[in-house]
Design a protein around this ligand. Sequence first.
Ligand SMILES: Cc1ncc(COP(=O)(O)O)c(C=O)c1O
Length: 387
Amino acid sequence: MNTYSRLPLSIQNGKGTYVWSNNNEKYLDFTSGIATCNLGHCPPEVEKALKKQLSALWHTSNLYHVPKQEELARLLVDKSCFDQVFFCNSGAEANEAAIKLVRAIANNSHKKQASIVTFQQSFHGRTLATVAATGQEKIKSGFEPMLEGFIHLSYNDYQSLQTIRELKPTAVMLELLQGEGGVVPAEPEWVKELSSICKEYGILLVIDEVQTGMGRTGSLFLYEQYDVEPDIMTLAKGLGSGFPIGAMLAKEEVARAFKPGMHGSTFGGNPLACTAGIETLKIISEENFLKNITEQSQFLHTQLESVLDDFSFIKEKRGKGMLIGLEIDGNAIDMVKMALEEKLLLLSAGPNVVRLLPPLTISQEEVISFIQTFIKVLQQYREEEHG
Ligand SMILES: Cc1ncc(COP(=O)(O)O)c(C=O)c1O
């Protein structure tokens, strides 16, 4: 159906940082399938494990134990501050599961209806509950009436913290770096205070790491960099390297509110998806791999900084690790289209932010090649839009 304004490119193959069109033209991919193919296209370790799993078992259902699901859950629990995992197939579904768990807690233990604070410019998905959670009018518009129980406050704002103290909602749900909303990081001091209010008043802290998780910002999960311990975290995108999978992780005392029959999914935790997840997580969580993301992303940031001063229409560079936003004085989609002409895939995040999401495996040579092409795009943009 007519749900996307597609760009004029059909992609046939992918390897590492590159994709090839159906007429065999090579493109440098700085989108990673929107922060999903974090290991680049067709990473060989994941491909090998998936091929083996293809010959063993594709699907059973959650009526039985699924060993690959248990293995991935154990790995996720080992590498995070959480104790239990629910598997699903996408980011929106992971957030739906988190919203249901919060509601179950309010209903079961406190015998009251749940209220959840989320933030303006947030993005949590396209299902009806996650649209209601999302703090952007353009995502909600046309789908009213909205599901009740969400309160949107302004992000990085200390008045919002005061409101949270007064409202004492069941949960606060946020991205620590708003992706779709324009690549806006949360301020560390603000997050620290938010987290301590949540602890003081028994408010659940839910972190949406669908876009920021799986090494994207230099640590396995972004909450580690903020030195906070959320009660619930959601993942998807990078977890399966492109194989659809989502997960909702929770602390034991929180997860306990779900009992058999309260939530479920036919495909969630499917053996193929979990195989992709296991191999991906093993690679990304290695100390040297994470160190390399930080090194390569610092190189990318430094290279970008050295050229941005020459282009006054670029107002700000934001982001962390390999999730970078450039706020421009102009239309981001126009720049994305110009880049496509130069065989470079870029993304927008809102009307005036160009988003860069290279794979975490990008090499220095590829960063240099990106910078050379990007300078051409910026020059052309200046001539056409600002000349
Ligand atoms: C932070 C965040 N949450 C949730 C989602 C929804 O994920 P999905 O498209 O897999 O449903 C996205 C997708 O962009 C996202 O960036």
